[in-house]
Ligand binder design. Structure first.
Ligand code: PEP
Length: 259
């Protein structure tokens, strides 16, 4: 069975108390179940809490006793190391709190906060230089899809990383997230997701990353996950809404693995 990346983007949700509750439920779900054996082998689970809950998540992970903890990542970072950047958080700060991964280029950062391809590429490079794994999000809007521009947009967004070396490109986790499928309840079909994820692998291959991991994100839920995760170009899921409850989050993998 292939390894499945199950990554949960909590967005602007989850107080510290709710984060503790998530880890408690996570441990209850995993301990003594086939999930415990899968974790770190055929299941790579990660959560991306908001900045204010990262410390709580790191402490909760340490107190999980025998239960393997999910990887910890942040939802954003700034590329400058320190200084007068009000409202921003540095890579060193993320590492200090226990993060190993960081989501970059999420469509909400691109559309609501105006982040450009070039700006995101600088963040990706800074994260890689510091040894953080970037989870690089990209994908087309509905207008772009309807205008038959999905592949051009995806190509432009991925090629914004072309200054990186093959070894750097290989370290990135790619997350294809069509904007029209995020938080809408309307997932891409497995064929649509497969088509763009396969294209992404081809493109990253041409850029030098021969075995890049490509996740699909956009309204992934337990009831559509099996079909999506069974597609050969899809290595896992970046999950928003359905990642806020440990039970629902883990059901996404359980349904796929038949456990
Ligand atoms: C996301 O925010 O990355 C996402 C995929 O959200 P949702 O699963 O809620 O569509």
């Amino acid at each position: 069975m292939k390894k499945i990346y199950l990554y949960g983007n909590w967005k602007m949700n989850m107080t510290r108390a709710e984060t503790e509750g998530f880890y408690k439920d996570f441990a209850e779900q995993v301990t003594g179940s086939p999930l415990a054996a899968a974790m770190g082998k055929t299941l790579e689970a990660a959560v991306f809490p908001p900045f204010t809950s990262l410390g709580t998540a790191a402490s909760a992970a340490k107190s999980l006793a025998s239960c393997p903890a999910p990887i910890l990542g942040a939802q954003n970072v700034y590329f400058e190391p320190k200084g007068a950047f009000t409202g921003e958080v540095s890579i060193a700060m993320l590492k200090d709190v226990g993060c190993t991964h960081v989501i970059l280029g999420h469509s909400e950062r691109r559309t609501i906060f105006g982040e450009t391809d070039e700006f995101i590429a600088r963040k990706v490079k800074a994260a890689l230089d510091a040894g953080l794994v970037p989870v690089f999000c990209y994908g087309e809007t509905l207008t772009e899809r309807e205008g038959n521009a999905a592949f051009d947009v995806v190509s432009r967004q991925l090629r914004a990383l072309s200054a990186l070396s093959p070894a750097e490109l290989e370290k990135i986790i790619y997350a294809y997230e069509p904007v029209w499928a995020i938080g809408t309840g309307k997932s891409a079909t497995s064929a649509e997701a497969q088509e763009v994820c396969a294209y992404s692998k081809k493109l990253t291959g041409e850029m030098g990353a021969s075995s890049a991991a490509v996740l699909y994100g956009g309204s992934v839920k337990p009831d559509n996950a099996k079909e999506l995760l069974s597609m050969d170009a899809i290595d896992g899921a970046l999950v928003g809404g359905a990642s806020l409850k440990a039970d629902t989050f883990l059901q996404i993998y359980k349904g796929y693995a038949g456990i």
